[in-house]
Write a protein that binds this ligand. Sequence first.
Ligand SMILES: C[C@H](O)[C@H](O)[C@H]1CNC2=NC(N)=NC(=O)C2=N1
Length: 131
Amino acid sequence: MAVDPNTIDPKKTLADEEVAARLAAELPKWKLVDGWIRRTYRTSSWKGTLMVINTVGHLAEAAWHHPDLTASYAWVEVRLMSHDAKGITERDLQLAKKIEDVVGWQPGIEPESALEGTPRSDLRFAYIKYD
Ligand SMILES: C[C@H](O)[C@H](O)[C@H]1CNC2=NC(N)=NC(=O)C2=N1
């Protein structure tokens, strides 16, 4: 039977140069370092850090693809690779994109948004440090 060239193979690893090019085009804040695609989200406090971790946790569980996380008081690093394929696959890129979309969501700066977004005027509400 012929292989459909349009089907994504979840276990196919991408060459480093291809990963780097895809990140530059699609996920410019993510970098390939030591075999992982990674991104650090900075926050204003431990509570914000845990909110990011929980958000990533939900997305990973829904995807059934799980990043490694390293956290401190005001940052969390998200690191993705496909352990079973021993490399970077489309699964890593797709989950990274979802994380980037959801954690980076700022409805307050979107045109036509009915949502005001996290208030910036009051430090009590300081949360993710958008970069
Ligand atoms: C049994 C289960 O399907 C596997 O352990 C899945 C779950 N999450 C995973 N996450 C990641 N990052 N790589 C994997 O190979 C992987 N495998």
